[in-house]
Design a protein around this ligand. Structure first.
Ligand code: PMP
Ligand code: PLP
Length: 540
């Protein structure tokens, strides 16, 4: 596919941490290069004989890759269309294909348990390595030639390995001002602190990044200028923002200028839902069914940073958690070979290779589906999340009096913001005079364009008894909602800098996930939310 001549990665080895630099090859793993030689009798490793593995075969039924439609009209159950298509009334009739993994291979390249359940290198099954390399080449199209892929056990493991490979204690990492809490929790105990960068509808802002790096004063900040960035550019957690190519170019160029390594944690890449279009204006999509539909779909997605990474300064983290299942604990790095080698060394002394059961089942599934089938699966999945996003926002908007507006100031300039007010009293309904007179915004949000979350900003200045900043309003409302049966993600969880939260003096936030609940429960949750928010702003 990538026929143009590309350069190798530049030498960025000086970014490697003291810990990672001092790692030796795990002594026994270093022998592995001799193990595969024909005729070698290996008496070196403590390998149990495959004859003693109690599993003689593992098998499973997996959904076919075209199980979900590529465009979804409104529906009451995310699977209802499926039962219609297959003429079935229950999930037991869903269309599946059979996977079977024998203990011993009948062909040398067959996925088999005698290898998958045995000790091996931290690089995982060769068949999986082959699939991933081809997938990265075709989907992400890195801009340099010697990029390397390496399995890990999910992006949580991936990030923690990257952080210890690139950062020394006492350093900082650049992040979006609101970010994934576990990423910070994994580095905070070793004295690595987040350096928040302001965000807008596309995620991290390039002007704020430049200003932070340009004005860095080690004496004032107490830590050296960060040389590593942790970013979630698509389906940003918690905001749901999607970063397009031109913003990525701006940020990449700044990172070249200031010599920053970009760690792209991208679990939601295939959950790109596009702009939210209000129900009244939505028209059914006509999905492309042409022969090149899968490649046109790939070109329609916001690309990875890898696409513009001509130097090899991006470490991309992919995971099967959101595309197959979180319990698979499987994902992979794509990065320059020098970093990959150190990450492999870190893997050898922690997880070793990902679990052989999961690896072999997922590898066999991917082999059965083939590249086109997996892309077809991902398209269907994306359409499901888009349907859920639309459905949830439709329900939420139904409960409030909403003014779609374009933000004209601050970091949200020029994007669609939905501002929600209490509904004016309908005929016959009782509403306090106070709340009618109030007509102040209760909350606002920018509809997410990818991922699983809606990020609400709650305007506590509309609270009748609002005086000086009341730190506990967010928590009070959160508890009231939880008591009423709806549990949301409290905003403060996601603040990169808790001491100096970007909430400003008068706002709070909630992260609402639309990824998992039944559609009826999503509807019910918006009704409870509307009732509790109404009561909260109408009391005292
Ligand atoms: N500790 C000791 C003493 C061992 O001998 C071995 C395996 N040879 C291990 C740990 C590695 O264990 P595991 O496969 O559970 O990671
Ligand atoms: N990174 C981000 C930004 C996430 O939102 C999540 C899941 O919530 C993860 C990583 C966890 O990924 P994994 O299951 O691959 O460890």
């Amino acid at each position: 596919m990538n026929s143009e001549k590309k350069e190798n990665a530049i030498d960025l080895s000086y970014h490697i941490s003291d810990l990672a630099r001092s790692r030796q090859t795990s002594p026994l793993k270093g022998l592995s290069k001799y193990m595969g030689r024909p005729g070698v009798i290996s008496l070196a490793g403590g390998l149990p004989s495959a004859a003693y593995f109690p599993f003689s075969t593992i098998s499973g039924e997996a959904l076919v890759s075209e199980s979900f439609p590529v465009s979804v009209a409104e529906q009451s159950s995310s699977l209802s269309w499926l039962w219609k298509i297959f003429g079935a009334s229950s999930p037991s009739k869903e269309k599946t294909s059979h996977l079977s993994i024998p203990k011993y291979p009948s062909r040398p390249d067959e996925v088999n348990l005698s290898a998958a359940l045995q000790y091996g290198t931290a690089t995982g099954l060769p068949q999986l390595q082959g699939f991933l390399k081809d997938f990265v080449d075709r989907v992400y199209q890195p801009a340099y030639s010697d990029y390397t892929t390496l399995v890990h056990t999910g992006n949580t493991d991936g990030w923690s390995r990257v952080a210890s490979t690139l950062c020394n204690p006492g350093e900082g990492i650049l992040t979006e001002e609101w970010t994934y809490p576990s990423a910070l929790a994994s580095v905070a105990p070793v004295g690595i602190q987040a350096v928040p960068i302001a965000m807008d509808k596309e995620g991290m802002r390039s002007d704020s990044l430049r200003a932070t790096l340009e004005q860095w004063d080690e004496k004032v900040r107490g830590i050296p200028r960060p040389h590593v960035m942790y970013t979630v550019p698509i389906g940003q957690n918690p905001s749901g923002a999607t970063m397009g190519l031109s913003r990525k170019k701006e940020i990449y160029d700044i990172c070249v200028e200031y010599d920053v390594i970009i760690v792209e944690d991208d679990p939601y890449f295939f959950l790109q839902e596009g702009q939210y279009i209000p129900k009244a204006r939505r028209v059914p999509e006509v999905p492309s069914t042409t022969l090149d539909a899968e490649s046109r779909y790939i070109s329609s997605l916001a690309p990875s940073y890898l696409r513009i990474d001509y130097q090899g300064r991006v470490v991309r983290l992919d995971t099967f958690s959101k595309t197959i299942a979180p319990g698979s604990r499987l994902g992979w790095f794509t990065c320059n070979p020098v970093f990959a080698e150190r990450l492999e060394r870190a893997g050898e002394v922690s997880t070793q290779a990902p679990c052989g059961f999961g690896q072999s089942l997922i590898t066999q599934l991917l082999i059965n589906w083939k590249y086109d089938g997996y892309i077809r699966w991902l398209r269907g999945l994306g359409a499901q999340y888009k349907m859920r996003r639309d459905y949830f926002i439709d329900c939420l908007l139904d409960e409030f009096d909403v003014k779609p507006s374009v933000a004209t100031e601050g970091c949200w300039t020029g994007c669609d913001v939905y501002v929600a007010f209490s509904k004016p009293p309908s005929q016959g309904s009782v509403m306090s005079e106070k709340s009618v007179a109030l007509r102040k915004p209760l909350f606002s949000f920018v509809p997410p364009t990818s991922g699983m979350f809606v990020w609400l900003k709650i305007h506590f200045q509309s609270y009748p008894s609002y005086g000086d900043r009341d730190e506990t309003l967010e928590m009070k409302l959160w508890v009231a909602l939880a008591e009423a049966g709806v549990v949301l993600g409290p905003g403060w969880f996601f603040a990169a800098d808790i001491e100096d939260s970007p909430d400003g003096a008068r706002d709070g936030h909630f992260r609402i996930s639309f990824s998992n609940a039944e559609l009826d429960d999503l509807k019910k949750a918006t009704q409870i939310f509307a009732r509790i928010v109404g009561e909260f702003f109408d009391t005292s």
